[in-house]
Design a protein around this ligand. Structure first.
Ligand code: NOJ
Length: 511
């Protein structure tokens, strides 16, 4: 386990939309370098950058055409190497995005694979034996290529599935996970990883990490074996590099070798009950809403078994949002968000903050861009100040990658820095506290002290600290006696009369 993860808070950067330094309307690597001090000052000491590789951008870069080349619109490989160095100079780490399950249909491997003549890459992707033979249960394409076969898709039409084999095989074109061609795919992936780590990258966020071997068993045992093998390579050659999975099943992913696993917004899961419960019939019962309809037991029922089963293996990562989900400002107000973030940043594991969430950027209703569809509204340019394009770019506003928020009260870093009550100030204070108190960082034990069905507050322990949160609009007490004193409070807290009382919408850390 890389030691640096113990006290790390990640900042996710969507490179298209962070900072444009060459005025072409789209963000670039130099823009990220320019803003490293801002990110560091915010309290984030590591970055995850969405795919910044050469791509036709039919899925915003998740359709990779060349894994080893920075997309010209973001700059050059040299710029990215410089970013690694500049981050390291500030004690920060940088994860790139690794897309192991598919490439772009324009990747040279695929261009070879789809040829009628057999070649080195014929089995790099999943193909049937004839164009008239389909693939049951998976999306596929036929009739587009010289090769007489259909090929499997992993996501969009532009993303053919790489071949890691099938565990349970029912067709003769399906290969075993240990077939030489499937091992070659895995080794090609390692080659890409080594390339970037040799140039200073500190690890990877892994896209759809559970999707490698097809017709895997319910434990994903064959896919897990691949990650075990990759982790072995990392432990031997790059022991300080880290891997975080897009999997959301820590019992599988952390035991397979990932250091961290995202707690994603899956319908009805524990994470969603906290901040994204809008799809449940009967209205939004998110725990952090002031309406007080939430139930912390719904969260704990999902989270505790995951935490207890995996805390010795790795970390569960709470996210404020990501590039695939609507920003939480869509349903939560600033006071509600402060409490939700306070919770995320004081829980065990390694948290991730999505760019712009620290100032409460809004979800915008926009037409789809580069395969974004409903996700597009979460990917708009970062709002730095009230200058042209809110400080994102000097370009003509009509030429921007996506429009900036045109609301007259669009939050910016500049306005938030001036407002002592802003979300940004709360985030900074929380992250500063987390870096000062080891018991708020990744490892300290989490234990429930008071949690009752549909009741508030929720009180828990992290190491020797007590943390209490009352998102509801009423004063609430818990039968928790303590001599500890508040070291950080939003709202107000009282420990008199043998109970712990929190004012409406309050949060406190007691030491
Ligand atoms: C998950 C990524 O987060 C998403 O943005 C992408 O479209 C799919 N995987 C396909 O790579």
């Amino acid at each position: 386990m890389p030691d640096w993860l113990k006290d790390t808070v990640f900042y996710e950067i969507y490179p298209q939309s962070f900072r444009d330094t060459n005025n072409d309307g789209i963000g670039d690597i130099n823009g990220i370098i320019q803003k490293l001090d801002y990110i560091h000052d915010l309290g984030c000491n590591a970055l995850w950058i969405n795919p910044c590789y050469d791509s036709p951008f039919k899925d915003a870069g998740y359709d990779v055409r060349d894994y080893k080349k920075v997309a010209p619109r973001y700059g050059s490989n040299t710029d990215l190497y410089r970013l690694f160095g500049e981050a390291h100079n500030r004690g920060m780490h940088v994860l790139l995005d690794l897309v192991p399950g598919h490439t772009s249909e324009e990747h040279p491997w695929f261009l070879e694979s789809q040829k009628a003549e057999k070649n080195e890459f014929s089995d790099r992707y999943v193909w049937t034996n004839a164009a008239f033979q389909g693939i049951g249960g998976h999306p596929y394409i036929s009739g587009e290529c010289p090769r007489d076969g259909s090929y499997m898709l992993n996501f969009f039409k532009c993303q053919p599935a790489l071949n890691y084999g099938f565990l349970n095989r029912t067709e003769d074109w399906q290969m075993a996970p240990d077939a030489p061609a499937c091992i070659a795919t895995r080794e090609a992936l390692k080659d890409i990883m080594r390339f970037w780590m040799d140039h200073g990258c500190d690890g990877f966020r892994v896209d759809m990490a559970d999707s490698l071997v097809k017709e895997d068993d319910e434990h994903k045992s064959a896919t897990c074996q691949i990650w075990h093998n990759i982790r072995q390579m990392m432990d031997q050659e790059y022991p300080d590099a880290a891997l975080v999975s897009e999997w959301s099943n820590p019992q599988q992913s952390l035991k397979a070798g990932f250091h961290m696993d995202f707690y994603l917004d899956h319908h009805g899961n524990g994470y969603n009950t906290l901040v994204r419960d809008g799809e449940t019939p009967g209205g939004d019962h998110s725990f952090f809403l002031k309406n007080g309809h939430g139930d912390i037991m719904r969260f704990l029922k999902d989270y505790l078994p995951k935490y207890n089963a995996t805390r010795k293996h790795g970390y569960i990562s709470f996210l404020t949002c990501n590039h695939d989900t609507p920003r939480e400002t869509r349903t939560l107000s600033t006071p509600e968000l402060k409490l939700a973030y306070a919770f995320f940043f004081t829980m065990p594991g390694v948290p991730f903050l999505y760019y712009g969430d620290e100032i409460g950027m809004r979800y915008l209703d926009l037409p789809s861009k580069e395969g974004g569809y409903a996700r597009t509204g979460t990917r708009t340019p970062m709002q730095w100040n009230h200058e042209r394009n809110l400080g994102f770019s000097e370009a003509n506003p009509d030429t921007l990658y996506l429009p900036v928020d045109s609301a007259s009260d669009a939050p910016t870093v500049e306005s938030s820095e001036k407002d002592p009550d802003s979300l940004l100030q709360a985030v900074k204070a929380l992250l500063k506290l987390r870096h000062c108190e080891e018991d708020l960082q990744a490892d300290a034990i989490f234990e429930v002290l008071y949690a009752e069905k549909e009741r508030f507050p929720f009180v828990f322990r992290r190491g020797s600290l007590i943390i209490a949160v009352n998102p509801s609009g009423q004063e609430q007490s818990a039968p928790v006696t303590t001599e500890k004193k508040p070291i950080f409070t939003i709202g107000s807290v009282n420990t008199e009369h043998g109970k712990l009382t929190l004012a409406p919408q309050s949060f406190s850390v007691l030491k």
